[in-house]
Design a protein around this ligand. Structure first.
Ligand code: B12
Length: 213
């Protein structure tokens, strides 16, 4: 099996040590860093994302695969910076004010990273102003919000209001998700996309950013 394929296989199994060793070896053997990224790490993560969507793998599998991806990325990053690999886009992600659930948000971040986004994690219990301030600061394409409590869902609308008040609503692609969130709610508060899972979020985010460029 070609070394890049092996990287993808080990990543899907969550074998961080093997991924790290193989990425190091591939670089030493002169493999193109972009091919290692796209055909090894990112393609492995996409496969896991698809399986997660179909309930063929579960949250812990995705978490360990993502950890393996991050280990490989850490080896690869200095080389990608050298050759100036542009991210697909930038995303600012957080769990809304009053809400401390972050497992889903973290999965969304990993999947977005998996399709090539630069991620800025705001953490949990995030004030509406902070979403907008950070997006402006880093020049984000996407603002992503997560909520797991029906009592904190309205705070997603507060972020939309904050964007409108500053005349910035059209500047960003706004995405929301979390177990109690629905398509209907997304329409009511005027965001661009709701998706029920992290893999679909990554797919749609990539497409939406590419369409805007
Ligand atoms: C784990 C958990 C906790 C943990 C959180 C740990 C952590 N670090 O996140 C702890 C114990 C801290 C906790 C606390 C509480 N919890 Co809680 N918790 C859960 C539980 C069991 C699982 C949530 C989870 O992680 N699911 C797994 C992830 C992967 O799924 P997910 O978040 O939905 O994310 C997926 C999608 O929704 C989507 N997605 C998520 N975010 C985003 C963002 C974007 C932009 C997009 C596009 C997509 C997207 O992609 C993800 C992956 O595919 C749920 C039960 C449940 N079945 O949901 C209750 C639940 C959410 N909790 C609940 C409650 C009530 C509470 C507490 C109020 C309990 C209490 N009385 O103290 C507190 C609130 C604390 C607070 N202020 O936030 C209720 C909420 C009811 C409601 N509808 O309001 C639930 C539903 C349990 C229940 N049946 O009553 N909780």
């Amino acid at each position: 099996m070609a070394i890049i394929e092996e990287i993808s296989e080990f990543l899907q199994k969550g074998r961080a040590k093997n991924v790290k060793a193989l990425v190091t070896q591939a670089l030493e053997e002169g493999e193109d860093p972009k091919a290692i990224l796209n055909e090894g790490l990112l393609s492995g993560m996409m496969i896991i994302g698809e399986k997660f969507k179909k309930d063929e793998v579960f949250v812990p599998d995705v978490l360990i695969a993502a950890r393996a991806m991050n280990t490989g990325l850490a080896v690869l990053e200095p080389r990608l910076v050298e050759i100036g690999n542009e991210p697909v886009g930038k995303a600012v992600i957080g769990t809304v004010k009053g809400d401390l659930h972050d497992i889903g948000k973290n999965l969304v971040m990993m999947m977005l990273k998996g399709v090539g986004f630069e991620i800025h994690d705001l953490g949990v219990d995030v004030e509406p102003e902070t979403f907008v301030d950070k997006a402006e600061e880093v020049g984000a394409d996407i603002i992503g919000m997560s909520a797991l409590l029906s009592t904190t869902m309205p705070n997603m609308g507060e972020v939309v209001e904050e964007l409108k008040n500053r005349g910035l609503r059209e500047k960003y692609i706004v995405m929301i998700g979390g177990a109690p969130v629905t398509e209907k709610f997304a329409r009511e508060i005027g965001v661009d996309y709701y998706t029920p899972d992290a893999a679909t979020c990554a797919e749609i985010a990539k497409k939406a950013v590419e369409e805007r460029k």
